[in-house]
Design a protein around this ligand. Structure first.
Ligand SMILES: *Cc1c(COP(=O)(O)O)cnc(C)c1O
Length: 416
């Protein structure tokens, strides 16, 4: 059911989506990528694998997540009907656990005893450390030294989950350097180790396998919306970092030509200047980085550019190759929301619907706030809330300049 679905946007089945995708990896990693691809091919045909995956999603992750009609926000915006897919109710608070569980099952099949992961904000690191604990793998997470300092709560949780967090001290000491450190580890320990990659990016087969695992989101939505509305939605909206939650929502609807899809990128402080945002489709160029061909934000020398977003999870210069292809084909549209629009959307959602969403997801909400009033009342819009907002308490309180929160943080320092 999950793994025998195809669309005309799947490319050549070898990870090429038009000109995007591919496998631009060091020679020494090709056998590991081939091993993973073969393991996945076998798993896809194995009914037991699918059952095991679904059982874990149900009994451990908390799936299916609810699809909630946003009655108050719909009334306020006075346009199309809004539904929220609440991925924040998954264990670890976001959609990421779904593809982590899928990859952990593959690692088990390949008889790997250790997983490694890269992480920027730490969300993927926490999800990876969670499945490692659940499956009894040892786990090493690479994280830039700058990010370790910025994201202390997630570092603490990874350690509590039993993972070793290694601060990466070279380069800009952020996500891209963590990726390089993880790749180096993988080359050295490829026999024992699975590299658990965190989004629909990287060399083939990662974009495809993570897409297939995440496609359960769209499968659930399809069933849920048919139950409440008796028909398919008119629009799907999701935020886009690497693209896993977006393609997870979109994939099962790609063959339904009337369903429109909108990805919302991080507009940061504005999209005019490289360095102020993470909108690959406003200022990015085609390139090959980190093992795949796609659209990347680059500096004048073609190196990855610095990015900015209020939400750490969208603060990434590349985008999943299949999304780049869907954009080129006109099957999905992309827009952006600025940091300010995102904070406004975050506040409005909390006050009208009682949902504190992740700042990443608030980009999708901001996209909906702009679109919905332009649509007639018989239209239906489904918005993916990729995660819950607990993790963002420091950023939101600081952005809102909440004085009492600042006093609280200070008082905590003095208690030690
Ligand atoms: C990591 C993350 C994202 C961005 O990743 P995608 O692969 O683009 O989905 C979005 N929302 C949340 C809550 C995240 O943790």
């Amino acid at each position: 059911m999950i793994f025998d679905f195809h669309t005309k946007y799947d490319g050549d089945g070898k990870g090429h989506f038009g000109e995007y995708g591919g496998r631009f990896a060091p020679e020494m990693l090709i056998p590991a990528l081939e091993e993973l691809e073969a393991a996945y091919k076998n798993a896809k045909k194995d009914k037991k694998f699918e059952q095991e995956f679904l059982e874990l999603l149900h009994s451990f992750a908390g799936r299916p997540t609810p699809l909630t009609f946003a009655k108050n926000l719909t009334k306020k915006l006075n346009g199309a009907k809004i539904y929220f897919k609440n991925e924040g109710l998954n264990i670890t608070g976001a959609h990421k656990i779904t593809h982590c569980l899928g990859q952990a099952l593959l690692a088990k099949k390949m008889d790997k005893k250790r997983i490694i992961a890269e992480t920027g904000a730490g969300q993927h690191g926490v999800a990876a450390a969670t499945v490692a604990a659940k499956f009894g793998f040892s786990c090493t997470v690479y994280m830039g030294e700058v990010d370790v300092a910025r994201q202390r709560p997630n570092v603490f949780w990874m350690q509590q989950l039993g993972a070793e967090v290694i601060p990466v001290k070279f380069g800009s000491r952020t996500l891209k350097d963590a990726v390089n450190a993880a790749l180096k580890d993988w080359i050295t320990n490829v026999e024992s180790t699975h590299y658990l990659l965190g989004s629909t990016v990287g060399p083939h087969p990662f974009p495809t396998i993570n897409r297939d695992f995440q496609s359960v989101v769209g499968m659930e939505v399809k069933e849920q919306i048919k139950k409440s509305e008796g028909r398919l939605p008119d629009y799907l909206i999701a935020c886009v970092g690497g693209g896993s939650n977006a393609i997870g929502l979109f994939y099962r609807f790609l063959n339904d030509g009337k369903v429109k899809m909108i990805g919302v990128e991080a507009g940061g402080r504005g999209v005019e200047k490289i360095g102020d945002h993470a909108t690959r489709f406003y200022g990015g160029e085609t390139g090959v980085v980190e093992g795949y061909k796609s659209v990347f934000l680059q500096d004048e020398y073609g190196n990855l550019a610095l990015t900015h977003s209020v939400s750490a999870g969208l603060d990434y210069p590349g985008i999943g190759p299949q999304l780049a292809y869907l954009k080129e084909q006109g099957r999905a549209d992309f827009t952006y929301a600025t940091d300010k629009e995102v904070l406004d959307a975050f506040k409005l959602l909390a006050k009208t619907e009682g949902i504190i969403c992740a700042l990443e997801s608030a980009h999708a909400v901001a996209g909906a706030i702009k679109l919905v009033p332009t649509l007639s009342k018989d239209k239906i819009v489904v918005v993916n809330l990729s995660g819950r907002g607990d993790k963002d308490i420091f950023i939101v309180a600081e952005a809102l300049k909440d004085k009492e929160w600042r006093d609280f943080i200070r008082s905590k320092v003095y208690e030690y």
